[in-house]
Design a binder for this molecule. Structure first.
Ligand code: SF4
Length: 433
C-alpha cells in the first residue's frame, strides 16, 4: 500500500515539474512516506527524518514533508513538528491525493502546514491522480481503503479508517488503461480485499465479480490481489480463481497463529479448524495453488503449547513462503495493554525456530517444483540467463536456449533448484521468434 502511495506522490510531484533526485543533498523537496504497522518502521523513519536536519540547515528552501499512516496517528503531526521543527508539511495516509494542493499552499504562505485530515473526501478524489510507476511490468490498483477488523495487535483501522470500496467502473477503467499500456501483472490492493463491496457502495458488485470481470478483459496479463482475510474469503472467489487462467494461482492467506486461544485474543474471528477447512477447499478447487502466510510469534499470553500449535499448523499446511514476525506492541491497540506479554528472549527463540522450520519446508517445496511447468514473466536478461518470477514470486533463471522476450509470459519447465533460485527452460515456446 505504501509503495503504491509513493507512486502517487511521485506522480503529483512530476506533474508539478519536479524530477526524481539521486542525492538528497541536492533535493528541493524531500517526502517521507511513513508506515506505523511495526515499531521498527517507526523508529527507522524518525532516524531518517533526523538525518535531514544538517541538510535543511544548509538548504533553507528545501521543503520537508512527512505523510503516511504514522503521521495519521493522534497528535503525531504536532509531536513530529515539536521534535523536528524543520518539517514543513505533515499530512496523513488518507489525504495523499491532496499533496499537490498542500504544496501550493505551502509555497504561497511559507508556514508549517498540518494537513492530517479524516478520510471523508478521499475516495471521490482517488481517481485521476497521476502515478509514477518505477516498474513497467507490475502495477498496483487500489480497490478499497481502510479496515473494519480491529485485530487487537493492529493499528491500521485507527489510522486508515473504516472500509470504503472504490467504484467498480473506475477500477475497470484503471485496469484497462494499465493493460493497454503493457503492464503484465496487475495487483488489486486493499487491507482486506475479500470484503470489497460489503460496505454497500458498489451496487452489488463484490470481490468475486470484480475479479471475474477483470479476468475476462482482453490482453496477456496476470491478475493478483492482496491481502485476504481468511474469514471473508468466499467460495465464489475460490471458484473464480479456479476457473480463470489469468488469475494467479498463488494466494497469501495470513493465519497469524495456530492456537484458537491466541486467534481469539487477536480477534481474528476464525478458528484453526475453520482455517484448515478453508485451505482444504482451496486445494481441492485449485490443486496447483502455492500458498503463503503471515505469522506472529510471542503474542501476549502465548504459552509453549500455543506456540507448538503454530509449529504444527505450519508443518501441516506447508506454505511455500511464510512471513514470520515477533509480536511488538503498537501504541493505541488493545494488545498493548494485555497482561502476559511474552519476554523478548522467548520471542526470539520461537521466531528463530519457526524460521528454520519454514526454511526447510520452502526448500523442499521448491525442490519439488523440478519437473513442473511454471508460468513465468521474463523481467531481465544477463549474459547467461533470462530471469523472471514465478506466480509465487520465486526467482526463475532461464537458460538462454531460446530467444525469449522481456515482458512476455512463458511456460517454463523447471529443471533444477540451485542456491534459492529455480532454474528452467522454455517449454514448447509459447511465442516463436
Ligand atoms: S485485517 Fe487485521 S491485521 Fe489486517 S489490516 Fe485489518 S486489523 Fe490489521
Amino acid at each position: 500500500m505504501n509503495v503504491h502511495e509513493s507512486e502517487k506522490l511521485a506522480g503529483i510531484l512530476e506533474q508539478k515539474g519536479y524530477i526524481k533526485g539521486q542525492d538528497v543533498n541536492n533535493a528541493d523537496i524531500v517526502v517521507f512516506n511513513t508506515c506505523c504497522i511495526r515499531e521498527s518502521a517507526e523508529q527507522k523513519i524518525l532516524g531518517n527524518i533526523g538525518a535531514i536536519k544538517p541538510i535543511k540547515k544548509k538548504r533553507k528552501n528545501m521543503i520537508v514533508a512527512v505523510c503516511g499512516c504514522m503521521s495519521q496517528q493522534k497528535d503525531m503531526a504536532s509531536n513530529l513538528r515539536a521534535k523536528f521543527p524543520f518539517i514543513d508539511i505533515v499530512f496523513g495516509a488518507n489525504n495523499v491525493e491532496f499533496f499537490g494542493e498542500y504544496l501550493d499552499t505551502y509555497l504561497e504562505q511559507k508556514k508549517f502546514l498540518n494537513k492530517v485530515e479524516n478520510d471523508k473526501q478521499y475516495l471521490e478524489n482517488a481517481t485521476g491522480v497521476p502515478f509514477v510507476r518505477d516498474n513497467s511490468l507490475y502495477a498496483y490498483v487500489n480497490i478499497m481503503y481502510g479496515c473494519n477488523n480491529f485485530c487487537t495487535y493492529c493499528i491500521v483501522p485507527y489510522v486508515r479508517g473504516r472500509e470504503k470500496s472504490r467504484n467498480p467502473d473506475e477500477i475497470y477503467k484503471e485496469v484497462k488503461t494499465l493493460i493497454d499500456m503493457g503492464y503484465k501483472v496487475i495487483t488489486l490492493l486493499g487491507q482486506n480485499v475479500n470484503s470489497y463491496g460489503l460496505d454497500g457502495s458498489t451496487k452489488g458488485v463484490y470481490f468475486a465479480d470484480l475479479l471475474e470481470n477483470i479476468a475476462k478483459m482482453e490482453g496477456d496479463f496476470e491478475l493478483r490481489f492482496m491481502t485476504s482475510h481468511p474469514k471473508d474469503l468466499s467460495d465464489e472467489v475460490i471458484k473464480v480463481m479456479a476457473n480463470n487462467d489469468k488469475i494467479s494461482k498463488s494466494l497469501h492467506l495470513p493465519v497469524q497463529a495456530g492456537s484458537n486461544k491466541i486467534l481469539k485474543a487477536m480477534n481474528r474471528n476464525y478458528t484453526k479448524e475453520m482455517y484448515l477447512n478453508l485451505i482444504s477447499k482451496i486445494r481441492d478447487a485449485i490443486p496447483n495453488i502455492t500458498l503463503s502466510t503471515d505469522i506472529i510469534v510471542g503474542f501476549p499470553g502465548e504459552t509453549d503449547e500455543d506456540y507448538q500449535e503454530t509449529v504444527d499448523l505450519l508443518k501441516q499446511i506447508r506454505y511455500h513462503n511464510a512471513f514470520i514476525f515477533m509480536y511488538s506492541k503498537r501504541k493505541g491497540t488493545i494488545a498493548e495493554k494485555m497482561d502476559n506479554q511474552v519476554p523478548l528472549t522467548i520471542k526470539r527463540e520461537r521466531i528463530h525456530n519457526l524460521l528454520d522450520i519454514q526454511h526447510q519446508i520452502s526448500e523442499e517445496l521448491f525442490k519439488n517444483m523440478v519437473g513442473t511447468i511454471q508460468r513465468v514473466l521474463i523481467e531481465s536478461f544477463d549474459t547467461k540467463f533470462y530471469q523472471g518470477k514465478s506466480q509465487c514470486g520465486k526467482v526463475v533463471k532461464i537458460e538462454n536456449n531460446y530467444k525469449s522476450k522481456i515482458g512476455e509470459f512463458y511456460d517454463i519447465l523447471i529443471t533444477d533448484y540451485l542456491k534459492g533460485n529455480l532454474i528452467g527452460k522454455v517449454y514448447n515456446g509459447r511465442k516463436e521468434n
